[in-house]
Design a protein around this ligand. Structure first.
Ligand SMILES: Nc1ncnc2c1ncn2[C@@H]1O[C@H](COP(=O)(O)OP(=O)(O)OP(=O)(O)O)[C@@H](O)[C@H]1O
Ligand SMILES: [Mg+2]
Length: 325
């Protein structure tokens, strides 16, 4: 099982939710997982119903069986100071740089630098060991940028290593890429069973593969329950209205009077079945496209009551059942 699990996908498909559920699932049974946010939106804090995360690792949840989930919202500016500290022992010079606006420049004007810092910090957490030589975290899960930006984001250190041909920055960039391109890393894509996100998933996987980044699994999120299958739908289509009305009243629907009242239920029922049938066909089409990608597929249910902490544990249990964790 890869120790760095990166979760990407089209915007709004559930990246943050799936990353959080995955961290819970991986931490189950006494493990330690770090959930990392890189987009500075405090989505993780919201999901776990805690206050905004500071730039430090803090425990935010206990997983089933006693595991622990830590969270970190990586702040690019602070990460730059860490980075400079690491190479140049800057100390107060860092504060001076900040006053001069150099850090603003580096973190907002040059987005590539920002990404170097974010991926660098995540990889540092992956490689970090405690005093006894054990990994500080068993797993690091990253709530990553969306599909359209993920390859560039993960590959940014390749560019840096190419620019700085020798020296500490070159070595650091290479060390990060070694983690990201190894089996230690898996990039998962979250999608819905709809045409646009499925297309984005297919394109994203092609891009990741071309860049030799390790693709993990596809997680289909917000899957609606299947109420009828293909055989049922065919049967609905071939049943006469009279037969339908008869079996409805036979089931005690539409009132006691024979025939008459159940008639009224037939049209709305058929309309609903037709609507469901259409959706079912579209979803099956998208499932087939996803299956052709040749990656393991996981499906997470749409939680009808919306997301809350209990729902998150439910999704984590589902991920474990499906073998992702
Ligand atoms: N399985 C689910 N069942 C019900 N609601 C869900 C499910 N997964 C996600 N949601 C809800 O869908 C919305 C989008 O989810 P989330 O914020 O995780 O997506 P995202 O991909 O991280 O979005 P963004 O691109 O804005 O970062 C949220 O309101 C979330 O609570
Ligand atoms: Mg998000």
């Amino acid at each position: 099982m890869s120790r760095l699990q990166v979760v990407s996908g089209k915007g709004g498909t559930g990246k943050t939710t799936v990353a959080a559920a995955l961290a819970l699932a991986l931490a189950t049974e006494g493990k330690r997982a770090l959930l990392v946010e890189v987009e500075g939106r405090q989505g993780i804090a919201q999901l776990f119903e805690t206050e905004a995360l500071p730039y430090e690792e803090r425990k935010i949840a206990v997983a089933p069986g006693g595991g622990e989930v830590y969270a970190l919202a990586i702040d690019a500016e602070r990460a730059l100071l860490d980075y400079l500290q690491m190479f140049y022992k800057l100390g107060s010079a860092g504060r001076a740089l900040k006053k001069l606006g150099a850090i603003d420049f580096a973190t907002t004007v040059a987005p590539g630098v920002r990404d170097v810092l974010l991926t660098g910090k995540a990889c540092e957490a992956v490689r970090r060991k405690d005093r006894n030589g054990r990994f500080a975290y068993d797993y690091v899960v990253m709530d990553a940028p969306p599909t359209g930006r993920i390859t560039r984001f993960l590959n940014v250190n390749d560019e840096v290593a190419g620019l700085a041909k020798v020296g500490p920055i070159h070595n650091q960039a290479q060390a990060v890429m070694r983690v990201l391109k190894s089996r230690e890393t898996a990039v998962h894509l979250v999608t819905l069973l709809e045409e646009m996100p499925v297309q984005e998933t297919a394109d994203g996987i092609a891009e990741l593969r071309a860049a030799r980044l390790p693709v993990g699994r596809v997680v289909v999120n917000m899957v609606r329950p299947q109420v009828l299958d293909a055989t049922d739908l065919e049967r609905v289509g071939s049943t006469s209205r009279t037969a339908l009305a008869r079996s409805l009243s036979g089931a005690g629907l539409g009132g006691a009077r024979r025939g008459g009242h159940a008639e009224r239920l037939v049209d709305p029922l058929l309309a609903q079945a037709a609507e469901y049938g259409e959706r079912y066909a579209l979803e099956q089409e998208q499932r087939a496209v996803l299956t052709d990608l040749g990656l393991p597929l996981d499906e997470l249910p749409l939680l009808a009551e919306g997301m809350d902490l209990a729902g998150l544990y439910e999704l984590a249990a589902e991920l474990r059942k499906q073998g992702i964790a």
